[in-house]
Design a protein around this ligand. Sequence first.
Ligand code: B12
Length: 215
Amino acid sequence: MSEVSLLARLKDAIVNLDFDGSKHLAQEALAKGIPPNEIITKAISSAMEEVGRKFEASEYFLSELIVAGEIGKEISQMLQPYMKDAEIKKIGKVVIGTVKGDLHDIGKNIFGMMLEAAGFEVIDLGNDVPAEAFVEAVKNHEPDIVGMSALLTVTMVEMENVIKELKKAGLREKVKVIIGGAPITEEYAKRIGADGYGKDAVVGVDICKAWIGKK
Ligand code: B12
């Protein structure tokens, strides 16, 4: 099977919530040497977009959203070992997390995996992370960059709150802040005083590399 049709079948399997089929096809893609980045962008991300459209059109409901999320997570985890290179010398440190009130972590996890693959040390605070936890992590780990993710319009406002809390703690000037997630825009990033916005994980990693002078 060609690379294109294998990834198209994987996308379909995810959209159709076929857990076993998705796992087999992802394994096949890895065995064929298709780079994990391509599996993410051409199959996982596009499948999730399709699932989101079905949810909006009331073709899918919350239960389907949950299953799609689980499949996306499972496959992302399968790809992780193929993205890490233990020998890479760390080029910088990034604290990442999904903001308070938001449980969507697939995109954040992908961003984290890609950062690690690019040689960054990543401290992942998980999802539903309150502003105080971001501040504590910056104090304790002294990262170069803080990366925040939000997938809900109601939680994206939390990002501004984190930036305010970093300012209050006198830490804002010590780190670069990058934000991302489906509802985020360049304009929003500027408005809340973030340093950057990554429309996807690949762009996000490129920005981080440029900030630490590695690109
Ligand atoms: C899977 C999913 C879920 C799963 C999440 C599982 C998980 N562990 O993450 C579950 C079932 C839990 C869920 C729950 C809900 N969801 Co939901 N969910 C989705 C869905 C289908 C896919 C999200 C996803 O994983 N996409 C794939 C990843 C790879 O994409 P991504 O996150 O955008 O990330 C990419 C980029 O944005 C970027 N990126 C992301 N973060 C960052 C950060 C940085 C720093 C950078 C640089 C880049 C970056 O890189 C990634 C890869 O390139 C979306 C639909 C959609 N189109 O997004 C809805 C969606 C986000 N959900 C939605 C809703 C409404 C909900 C619920 C409120 C539903 C409900 N009624 O309960 C709850 C809220 C729960 C909560 N408190 O968070 C809406 C949000 C609407 C809105 N405007 O706010 C969406 C858009 C669906 C829709 N069309 O209505 N959901």
